[in-house]
Design a protein around this ligand. Sequence first.
Ligand code: COA
Length: 206
Amino acid sequence: MKIKEFLATCKRAFNMARGGVYTEKELKKMCFKSLGKDVLISRLCTILKPADISIGNNSRVDAYVLVSGKVTIGSYCHIASHCRICGGQAGIVFEDFSGVSSLCGIFAVSDDYSGNNLAGPAVQKEFVKRTEKEVIFKSFSMAGANCIVFPGVIIETGTAIGAGTVVRKPTKSGCIYLGNPAKIVGRTQQGYIEKYKKFLSEHQNL
Ligand SMILES: CC(C)(COP(=O)(O)OP(=O)(O)OC[C@H]1O[C@@H](n2cnc3c(N)ncnc32)[C@H](O)[C@@H]1OP(=O)(O)O)[C@@H](O)C(=O)NCCC(=O)NCCS
């Protein structure tokens, strides 16, 4: 066993020994749509219907996260504590190496708040105007703490969303967004591309 693999195994054992995450056996019993290897899911998070949720390898879902509806989480993704990931029927996709920091709300479904309709899941569908559109976090994109992302938003590759930002429209690749509504305030560095190449040379697969 290579030293790096050994260290990764130690790290995983350490995390499990802390008692905060489900064991591999427990995760299998939960019957996810699909489940990769070395996934760390806090016992304190709420996953409403694992059969609608796919998770790749080495991803992590922290305490007090709520995951509902259709959600696909790739490999090496991180959903930090207290996030609400509400996929509905349209779904939310986190591609490999994407992530959201604590307290984010990511919504693929939302009702009309204009006043022209009734709203909320307790009301029959014919009285409600509901928007359901897929949300995608492309690879190497991330959102800082306390961001809100609306239905239909594509967070492009390498986008950084600053803390406290409200994103209502698709982003441009490699840009930094801030504020409400989100505006471009700069460009991200591209160093991650070299790091990713190095990562791939050291890891057989994702
Ligand atoms: C948006 C962000 C990526 C910008 O980082 P940066 O390029 O290093 O920018 P700086 O820290 O130099 O700040 C640049 C300017 O933007 C402002 N700014 C930075 N982040 C901001 C935010 N989230 N909201 C509002 N203004 C912000 C700064 O005050 C500064 O303004 P000034 O030039 O008038 O002083 C970063 O500030 C951020 O929000 N990161 C997310 C961190 C996070 O949520 N971590 C969670 C734990 S992992």
